[in-house]
Design a protein around this ligand. Structure first.
Ligand SMILES: [Zn+2]
Length: 424
C-alpha cells in the first residue's frame, strides 16, 4: 500500500512550471504507479496516470536506462488472452538506509528501492548515559558499517533517515527536544554528515513514531488502513497518526507527542520535566519499576540490558503467574486504554497499532486496554476502534525510515542522478 505524500497530484500529469520540473514530476507519477503494483504494461501506466502513451514510453526509456525499472518479459493475460509486455519497479542497486536511535539501542534497516531488506541490525547502546557527542559518534560508526554492508549486497545508499524519539525540525535536521535522550537543539543531520564525510549521501532526521506509523501503514499488520494511530512502547511513548492515508504532522511537525498528555496531575515527574505524563504510566521504565523494581531504569551502577531481555523476563514471569507482575501489567494496560480512548475520541481511528514492548506483552495488556477503550470512547461501540499488536517489532521506526528514503526517491528520482559517486 502506498504512502501518499501530502503534496497534491495533478490529474493527467503535474502542473507544468518548466520542462525539467514537468519531466521530474511525470517520472515520479510513473514510479508511484509501479510501486503500488507488481507489474504494469505501458498502456496501463498511461491510463492510470493520464499521460500520453508516447510520453510514458519516453519516460520508461529513461527509467530503464537508469535501471530503476525492468522489463518483466511477455505475460499472457488469461488463458487465451493477448500477450502483454510489462515493467516492474527495480532499483536493486539503489539503497535506502533507515536508522533509529533510542534510549537503549540503535537499530538499522537497509533496503533497496523495491523495499527488499538488505541489512537489519540492532545494537545495545546507552544513549541516555553516554551524552549526545558520544551517541552521535556511535551512530556515525554504525551508519558507516551499514553503508559498507549494503554496498557488499550490491546497493549504494542514496539517502539516510534517522528516527529519533522526540521533537524534530525535519527541514533543518535538528532535534529540538528529545527528553529521554537528554538532547536539546542538536543539529544531528549536520553532525552525522560531517562524520560520514564529503562523499556522504543526504542525511535527514524525523520523529520515530511518525516513521513507525508510516511503516505500519505501508507494510504492517493493519497496512492500508487509512485511519490509524500507532503507539511506540519504549521507555518513552510516542504516537504517529495516519489520517485519510496521510501522516499528520501539524504546523511544526510536532504532532503525536502523546506520551506527554497529562493523565495524572498527582503523578510522577516525567523526562520532559512535567508531572503525570502518560508515559510515566505506560512507558517501559514504569512497567519495569512496578514489575521488577530491583532492575529499574536509572539505578546507579546498573548496566543497561537489551530492552528485549527485560521484556522477556517480564513475559516469563507473567507466564508463570507472578502476582506482582500480573498486577503491574494490569495497571499499565488500564492506563494504556485510558490514553488510547483520548486518541480515539480525537482522531476516530479504526485501529490503534501498539508497537515496541506493548506488542511483546500484548496478550496480557490488551484485555485491560480494550476494556478501558470500550468504557471511555464516546462513540463506542459504533466507532469500532480496536487495539492491535504490531508485528514489526522494535525495528518499526528504522523500517519506516528506510521507506521514507524510498518515498524521497520516488517523489524525485532525479536526485539519484546528482549523487556523489561511491568511493572506489
Ligand atoms: Zn512528559
Amino acid at each position: 500500500m502506498a504512502y501518499r505524500p501530502s503534496r497534491s497530484r495533478a490529474p493527467g500529469g503535474a502542473a507544468p512550471t518548466g520542462p525539467a520540473t514537468l519531466r521530474r514530476a511525470n517520472l515520479s507519477l510513473v514510479l508511484r504507479e509501479l510501486r503500488d503494483h507488481t507489474s504494469l504494461s505501458r498502456a496501463e501506466i498511461a491510463q492510470a496516470t493520464g499521460l500520453h502513451r508516447a510520453t510514458v514510453s519516453n519516460l520508461m526509456a529513461e527509467l530503464l536506462e537508469r535501471r530503476l525499472v525492468r522489463e518483466v518479459g511477455v505475460e499472457h493475460v488469461g488463458a487465451i488472452g493477448r500477450p502483454r509486455r510489462a515493467v516492474a519497479l527495480h532499483g536493486a542497486h539503489v539503497g535506502a538506509l533507515g536508522m533509529e536511535i533510542n534510549v537503549d539501542y540503535i537499530a538499522v534497516h537497509g533496503t533497496d528501492l523495491s523495499g527488499r531488506s538488505l541489512v537489519e541490525r540492532r545494537l545495545v547502546h546507552d544513549a541516555m548515559g553516554s551524552g549526545p557527542d558520544s551517541a552521535v559518534r556511535r551512530l556515525g560508526l554504525v551508519a558507516k558499517e551499514a553503508v559498507e554492508a549494503m554496498r557488499r549486497a550490491g546497493a549504494v545508499p542514496s539517502g539516510i533517515v534517522v528516527a529519533v524519539p522526540g521533537l524534530v525540525d525535519v527541514t533543518r535536521g535538528v532535534v529540538t527536544l528529545a527528553p529521554n535522550l537528554h538532547w536539546r537543539d542538536l543539529p544531528l543531520a549536520e553532525q552525522l554528515s560531517s562524520i560520514l564525510g564529503p562523499r556522504s549521501v543526504p542525511v535527514r532526521v524525523d520523529n520515530d513514531a511518525n516513521l513507525a506509523a508510516l511503516a505500519e501503514y505501508t507494510s504492517g499488520v493493519a497496512a492500508g488502513t487509512p485511519h490509524l494511530v500507532y503507539l511506540t512502547g519504549e521507555v518513552g511513548v510516542g504516537g504517529g497518526i495516519i489520517s485519510g492515508g496521510e501522516l499528520l504532522r501539524g504546523a511544526d511537525g510536532f504532532s503525536g507527542e502523546v506520551g506527554h498528555l497529562r493523565v495524572d496531575p498527582n503523578g510522577d515527574r516525567c523526562g520532559c520535566g512535567r508531572i503525570g505524563c502518560w508515559e510515566t504510566k505506560v512507558g517501559l521504565a514504569a512497567l519495569v519499576r512496578a514489575a521488577m523494581p530491583e532492575q529499574a531504569y536509572g539505578l546507579p551502577g546498573m548496566p543497561v540490558p537489551d530492552p528485549d531481555e527485560r521484556v522477556a523476563d517480564i513475559a516469563r514471569g507473567l507466564a508463570s503467574g507472578d502476582r506482582r507482575m500480573m498486577t503491574a501489567v494490569a495497571q499499565v494496560g488500564e492506563w494504556l486504554g485510558l490514553g488510547g480512548s483520548i486518541l480515539a475520541n480525537l482522531f476516530n481511528p479504526r485501529v490503534i497499532v501498539i508497537g515496541g514492548y506493548f506488542a511483546s506483552l500484548a496478550q496480557w495488556l490488551l484485555p485491560h486496554a480494550q476494556d478501558q477503550l470500550r468504557r471511555l470512547v464516546v462513540a463506542a461501540p459504533a466507532a469500532q476502534c480496536r487495539f492491535v499488536a504490531s508485528t514489526l517489532g522494535f525495528g518499526a521506526a528504522s523500517r519506516g525510515a528506510a521507506s521514507m528514503v524510498v518515498n524521497h526517491i520516488i517523489d524525485d528520482p532525479t536526485i539519484l542522478y546528482s549523487l556523489p559517486r561511491p568511493a572506489p
